[in-house]
Design a protein around this ligand. Structure first.
Ligand code: GRF
Length: 190
């Protein structure tokens, strides 16, 4: 069984969807660790609920980003992690981390990339008045929200939608697309 690490900074609803898929043997991996950069992240409560070991690593405790990432890499290697899934992790990795796990870091982004990159993708699409946006699962490389796309799904925006409606619809798509895409990507990984 492959080993998956999930990284979260906040609510962790995607992490929860991954836990549920793993519990039903639908992920093709064990979630061996959840890593958070924020001791206040609600995702930590979800980890406890699902019996997933969680580690809080606060970048504030390290002098440089590379010092921080060295500890993260050591942790992942010690857990023999095959794949890292970012799920609302609000930090940008340096090339040191990307090099250590090249092709093995996946992110979920709430837009139909390459449209609406960045931290406010749902709101940006809503405010732009476009008719559709979406969800993308992609590999992480040195450039933000620009790695190879593994899968993506469109989400329609109706003129009657509030931002909250759209957020809800996008998250529902994410919770299905992320486990499905990770499962098929994990199958290809050596
Ligand atoms: C999701 O919309 C994801 O696409 C983005 O951050 C959000 C995380 O939500 N990267 P949650 O913490 O999984 O609920």
């Amino acid at each position: 069984m492959k080993s998956l690490a999930v990284f979260c900074s906040g609510v962790g609803s995607n992490f929860e969807a991954l836990c549920e898929a793993a519990e039903k043997n639908k992920l093709g991996a064990r979630i061996t660790v959840m890593v958070s950069d924020d001791p206040g992240a609600f995702a930590l409560k979800r980890a406890a609920k699902h019996g997933i070991p969680a580690v809080v690593l606060s970048p504030k405790l390290f002098k440089t980003r590379e010092d921080y990432e060295k500890v993260v890499v050591q942790l992942l290697k010690s857990q023999k992690v095959d794949l890292v899934a970012l799920a609302g992790f609000m930090r940008i990795f340096s090339s040191y981390f990307i090099r250590a796990f090249r092709g093995r870091i996946v992110n979920i982004h709430p837009s139909y990339l390459p449209a609406f990159k960045g931290a406010h993708a749902i709101r940006d699409a809503f405010e732009a008045g476009v008719k559709e946006t979406g969800v993308t699962v992609h590999l992480v490389n040195e450039k933000v929200d620009s790695g190879k796309i593994l899968d993506q799904e469109k989400v329609k925006i109706s003129p009657r939608d509030t931002l909250a409606d759209l957020e809800k619809r996008i998250h529902a798509v994410e919770h299905k697309l992320y486990p499905k895409t990770l499962r098929s990507y994990l199958k290809q990984l050596k």
